[in-house]
Write a protein that binds this ligand. Structure first.
Ligand code: GLN
Length: 291
């Protein structure tokens, strides 16, 4: 079907195919996929429009377009996503890193550095996913070490590969298990706790856009009937961590006051703060504790 076509024809064909299948930005998506398939930047692609479409990638191209037409996120198709200035491998066993979560990383870096300066700091993270939070933290703070937990061994596999590709395997420890369970025996060492847990309620799960609901892991999204189960369990467990000074959560936009109350219930909390994302929505809760 593609025999003899030019790159321009492949681009035009893909754009109209994606438009017919309901895409809102078919040209943009076709260009992005085509550039990744052919390994070209924008300028190179436009310079090569009249060249023959390489026959050896035709099958792959058809597969990519079919997947996109089914609604699969582009990041899973091309296999990566940028986060905090670096590229991370992703697949359907991990949540695609969101730009809002960069604000969580930025906040932890800022508050952690103002609390501890250049001291060595141990951080616990629950919900590793692609590993983007933990890996960003250790790359931005040379004296920090993170232990991170995920229930999914597939996710931990992705995260380990990401850590290996940034050469930080010796500063990010990966553990498999439920919430803080694997951390309990070493809870004395942690000064900072950070998590972007699953926080979507059962009702909201039904209303998620198809691209999220049908393709991203529900394990990383669904936080129980009201979406707050992980915060309840985590804040309950954190009560007994003797050296914890900073707690930082990503939250759903409607969960600010409830999560803040849960964080305040950890003994020794001296201050809490709800912080907003780029859209002005409540997106994080920070808590400071004196020990
Ligand atoms: N921010 C994600 C979304 O909007 C949810 C992430 C989470 O549950 N931790 O789909």
């Amino acid at each position: 079907m593609h025999t003899g076509q030019t790159i321009r024809e492949a681009f035009a064909g893909a754009s109209s195919f994606l438009r017919d299948r309901g895409s809102d930005s078919p040209e943009f998506e076709a260009e992005l996929l085509l550039r990744r398939l052919l390994g070209l930047n924008r300028t190179q692609l436009f310079m090569k429009m009249a060249d023959a479409f390489p026959a050896d990638v035709t099958l792959e191209w058809d597969k990519w377009l079919a997947r996109r037409a089914e609604g699969e996120p582009i990041q899973y198709i091309v296999g990566d996503q940028e986060f905090y200035g670096r590229v991370y491998e992703v697949n359907s066993s991990v949540l695609i890193p969101r730009p809002e979560t960069e604000l969580l990383v930025e906040g932890v870096l800022q508050e952690g550095k103002s609390l501890f300066g250049d001291e060595e700091v141990w951080i616990a993270e629950v919900g590793t996913g692609s590993g983007c939070i933990s890996i960003s933290l250790v790359l931005e703070a040379p004296n920090w070490t993170v232990t991170t937990v995920d229930l999914s061994s597939e996710a931990l596999g992705v995260a380990r590969r990401n850590a290996a590709s940034y050469d930080v395997l010796e500063r990010v420890e990966f553990m498999q298990g439920n919430l803080v369970e694997p951390l309990i025996s070493k809870k004395d060492r942690f000064q900072i706790f950070v998590s972007n847990p699953p926080y979507i309620s059962s009702d909201e799960m039904l209303g998620l856009e198809k691209q999220v609901r049908s393709f991203e892991p529900h394990l990383a999204l669904h936080g129980g009937s009201d979406g707050l189960d992980p915060y309840r369990l985590l804040c309950g467990d954190l009560c007994s961590w003797p050296n914890l000074r900073l707690v930082a959560f990503e939250i759903g936009a409607s969960q600010g006051s409830e999560v803040e109350r849960l964080v305040q219930s950890i003994p020794g909390m001296s201050k809490t703060e709800i912080r907003q994302d780029y859209a002005g929505l409540d997106r994080m809760v920070f808590g400071w504790r004196h020990v």
